[in-house]
Design a protein around this ligand. Sequence first.
Ligand code: CAA
Length: 261
Amino acid sequence: MEFIVYEQKGAYGIITISREKALNALNSSVLDELSATLDAVNLDEVRCLILTGAGQKSFVAGADIGEMSTLTKAEGEAFGKKGNDVFRKLETFPIPVIAAVNGFALGGGCEISMSCDIRICSDNAVFGQPEVGLGITPGFGGTQRLARLVGAGMAKQMIYTARNIKADEALRIGLVNAVYTQEELMGAAEKMAAGIAKNAPIAVRNCKKAINEGLDADMDAAIVIEEKLFGDCFETEDQRYGMAFFLDKNKEKVKEPFKNC
Ligand code: CAA
């Protein structure tokens, strides 16, 4: 891998997009490597992922403008599909993904963060969809996910004006869940990942599936999705152990890690 660093730390993994000289901009190679990295995650051991960017300045400064500058209409569409396919893989990845946004998250950078389950950022983070200033639309899901996350009115304002927003405004509009200092960001992300990883893995995965699939369905269909995934947890060793532990009134007992089965 030239542009992706992957590190497994016990029950969680950290994916770092590492193309610092171009502020971690996404070219085709970065997208291919990210896809291959996701395919290689050991899902028997890893229960949560963190996605971040290398360096102190940028999470991801967008899709690679140099690579896009000479594309034909057909190539532009294919490049959009390439990004969308990888981002959808991230969004539907079986385990939760936390975006630790450590600086610029512009265009494709804002879009990749929105494909993650949870976004937290450092106080130097800048979010935006500058595409219309470059003569294109957001192309890696921005026209769809931003409106779903912050509402159509705010999404349209950000996309039509191409105005970047700082971390405090991203927090105010609900684009990120929390803002930390640069020094604190990764510690906070790792603490959250470890906290997620210690909960029953089948239940956490089913929660992700229920929320994601339910959001795309009407309420009658959505609650049926929930019922099925709720039912799916029963008879697992983790459900039996988790409930038996609660019901056991022995206060001295220490909770064992869940086994993922
Ligand atoms: N693509 C390619 N290269 C990029 C890049 C990008 N998106 N963003 C930054 N770079 C490169 C710069 O060209 C520069 O390279 P050189 O050193 O070889 O000149 C290097 O990264 C450092 O960048 P700057 O010198 O510009 O750094 P800065 O601190 O002055 O500015 C910045 C930082 C405000 C993020 C600025 O780099 C910038 O505006 N970048 C482009 C942001 C952008 O428009 N992103 C959206 C891309 S379109 C998109 O993503 C479409 C989509 O939805 C799929």
